[in-house]
Design a protein. Sequence first.
Length: 167
Amino acid sequence: MEKQQIVDMNHVMSHVMSNIASLIAAQKTTPGALLPILHAIQESAGYIPTESVPLIAQELNLSRAEVHGVISFYHYFRQQPAGRHVVQICRAEACQARGSAALEAHAKAVLECDFHATTKDGEFSLEPVYCLGQCACGPAIMIDDELHARVSHGKLDRLLQTKRGAQ
């Protein structure tokens, strides 16, 4: 990596950490502040940077292990930046009974990535989710904040193509 790129990345990370410190300060006195702080950080940065764990722990008087334990326990929290679009496929029993396992396999093949991963082009992240509230109309998926029900392989392909074209 070139020196200029390293300097630019350090500047960006410094800005991100400054923002995270502000988010922590704004909520650290709230009872049960850890989850609201983690949600705020992810909303702002798109993920929970590893570098933020010591700061969160210090400000909330927790161990780093406690903070990391909460981050890793909840599948919602990301520890790496997500792709431009997040594709969530429901894996709850009702959707499984309606074909979500085959849809998962199709999505993994089309996107060429597994769950908790991002496509090589950075366009899509693929995530499992355990109920989108569409039990009668499965299999269900969510792309970004858009819920889709009765998703076939063809419908998934069209939705992904639409997202690719919406740049």
